[in-house]
Ligand binder design. Sequence first.
Ligand code: HEM
Length: 429
Amino acid sequence: MSSQEQGAYHKFRVAHADAPSGCPVDHEFTTFDREYLKNPYDRLARIRAEHPVFYSEKLGYLVVTRMEDVQEIFRDHEQFSSENVQDPVFPICANASAVLGVEDFNPVAVMSNRQQPDHTRIKKYTSAAFSGRRMKLLEPYIKKRSQELIDAMLDAGGPVDFVSAFGHPLPGQIIFRFLGFDESDDAQLIRWTANRMAFTWGKPNDSEQVEIAENMLRYWRYCRRHVAHRVDHRADDLTSELLAAHDADPEQLTYREVESIIYGLSFAGHEIVSNFMSNALLCLLPRRDDWSAISKDPTLIANALEEVLRFESPQTSWRRITRKESSIGGIHIPVGTPVFLSLAAANRQPELFHSPNSFDIKRENARKHISFGLGIHFCLGARLARMEAAIALETLATRIPDLRLVDDQDLSYSANITFRGPEALMVDW
Ligand code: HEM
């Protein structure tokens, strides 16, 4: 199956539609300018108040900012299809398309962009594989790696970039162990999976696209070799569990779907968790009372992390495309309209969250955020992400209680429409 066929994991089509008639048009809104990347919240609050549903001319998307509208769209997967969530926002150049056009680059859509009834068929197996038992098996590894990365930070001495020293390697290594990849391959795997975010959700230039595409191909081939090896060498890992499900009923979970799940999870479970951890430090370290409270009482961490997901989410948006004529917020939407759901705007809606622009680790309804989505595509890794971040934060807060941000940093954010976290975050102690 080539990448452009129906059912492929990566489709290189770029959805575009004109403004639905009667819909307010915003000629300026884009997620790519420096001001928005640094702080999307002020602009989103203004827009949500002025025109909660509007067409962004620069993005070519209908933008939805209110929680009730975002939830309605997530719930209605028939009308609002997720088939476009892995499509690039801007066209991929011919050379990069050619790299991925080879015959053996053939991962299939398995979860986020897979439609019914297949989505439910496949998710039965992936949900089982993300069971409490497998999480428990992973917990000691997460604790051990967190301690080791902190040892290395302390040995090197501050100031240090938290992202490269801890926030980026830890979730990568965790997902690779979860899938059953060999530890000796970690460095190379991290290189191959780098910048996937930019490829689909950003604006990389042509040569960057080619480099990312070459690494995606290398990584897909690695996943295929790994699954093939596990056929005869089973272990207690996710790959073996999915292969056992395939053996039991090859039509219910195909071999290609097993390969594609392994391929997709390394991205779904890596950079977003890095951003989650960095955003948690950005929220907590400057608020010394909060940091000292969680250092002394780690039971406060779970709710503090929910508040991070509400206040400074690592995922600020997600997408859908209309399959049927529909209407949202009183706007009539034709078939084929790409929709940009602003999770960041919904998470700070004043009618739902008291003083939405204040960060409050004890906020009672912090968990009502929409950062993991809703409905049939609700994030498969929510439990894992919460566990990783909680262990990381507890280990950091108890081992380095005087951890702090280096003053006057000019933070930079990767230019993309969805994922948000600082590219580097200098800390000291
Ligand atoms: C804080 C970290 C994370 C956030 C904020 C997040 C957010 C999301 C969101 C918003 C969706 C789309 C939900 C929808 O369409 O309704 C999603 C889907 C998904 N996430 Fe996550 N995610 C995180 C971590 C992870 C991790 C660690 C993994 C795996 C190891 C993961 C795997 C997935 C998968 C497979 C889907 C597609 C599920 C489906 O379509 O059924 N995520 N995530």
